[in-house]
Write a protein that binds this ligand. Sequence first.
Ligand SMILES: [Fe+2]
Length: 508
Amino acid sequence: MNRLSRRTFVLGGAAVAGVVVAPLQSASAAVPFPFQLGVASGEPDASSVVLWTRLAPSPLNADGQGGMANADVAVDWQVSTTSSFASLVASGTVTAKYAAAHSVHVVAGGLQPDAEYYYRFRAQGHISPVGRTRTAPALSTVGRDFVMAFASCAHYESGYYTAYRRMADDRPDLILHLGDYIYEDAATAGSLRQHVGSEIVTLADYRRRYAQYKSDPDLQAAHAIAPWLVVPDDHEVENNYANMVRADSSPALTTAQWTARRTAAYQAYYENMPLRPANINSGNSIALYRRVRWGQLAVFHMLDTRQFRNDQACGDGWKVCSDADLASRSLPGTAQESWLLDGLGQHLGQWDIIGQQVFFARQYDASGASNMDAWDGYRASRARIQQGWVDRGVRNPLVLTGDVHASWANNLKADYANANSATIGTELVCTSITSGGNGTADTAIPNAGTNPHLKFYSNRRGYVRTKITQAQVTADFRGVSTVTEHGAAASTLKSFAILDGRPGLQAI
Ligand SMILES: [Fe+2]
């Protein structure tokens, strides 16, 4: 429901003794609906969750301010155990600042563990859509049945966000987004639906691009159904960029202009994602790698493999490249690599789930070439992490990946050159939401001959749905037959189980 009456909102608040939400200002038909970008939540722990919205009555305005005037605006928020908001468990008022493109990040606290909640906002006399969210289980408990879905790569021009809609239909408990939430490129003539504007460079550009993406009702449905954990990849800034090094030279930018662009990109990322205030951008970077715990059941190590990486070896691309073996090279960067290994050694959950961006398992083609943008371009770094979890006795390492616009399921090997070596972990790779267009029915595993640890491939668009219990993780690779027409159904293309204490894929 897009609009509840203001009266309903006030009465909902007044129904709880002592809790009255005072009207901020009179509803006015002259004030346009400011919640065109929907609502979102994220970063749940056992007692709190981040609630997000951004006021933008005219999302596509070129100044990136979404049609808002140069003034700060008060925004009321409410949390209830029911979608009717008959009683409130938390509420308050925050300021949507012009300087933050009128985004708000509310940390709603004092919540019960492992519990479902509903939330909404009010501003300028209008009520927002209602979002559903939930908290994580208490750290001492395993919690209820847990469904987690993950996705990546949603190029707006490539198709409709049907896969986001189908994720929402599943009503998962948690959604992970592993990057390429937006794309930076200019409008493409003749595409199904077009980006507004040229390649995005300025803060106004990035803000407007997020606003365009977030105007999509299918994406809004996926945000409104569950809390998200997000990490960006390259396209939130620019294709295949590495740390402070660009991968292309168009548009031409001075070093200072590139630095300003990266700064703008991460400011807009924070403004538009349901991140905790601790993750706010600072200078030209943003502090994003973090752990999120799900009771005793799981811990999510969310990685950032863009901001701190060494430049791609041998000039990027698919290459035979001995430099990719250099011990000095790291994909997460030295500090994040140490942080990850330290966290893996703490055994914070039964399943150690690494949410990250790029292809983790080795994949060599018949000539021995591999993708220098992925972990194959940072082999010593991968080896340190894999051996690190073996040395630390990590019981159930599970790597989640996006980026490659196809579904894959891979066994991770102690020695990729020896098919008989131990399987020491598992990788699940989600396909794209839209990037690459409709895809095909192809399921022949590329480079299977040289990489027998790669066990599944599908070129459909979609997402991965997992059910996580103490006994096993079940992964359903979900696919849609088209993204160039609305309304395709999602079906399960393939399912695997990963058993507790036994790394690797089991066909089911
Ligand atoms: Fe992508």
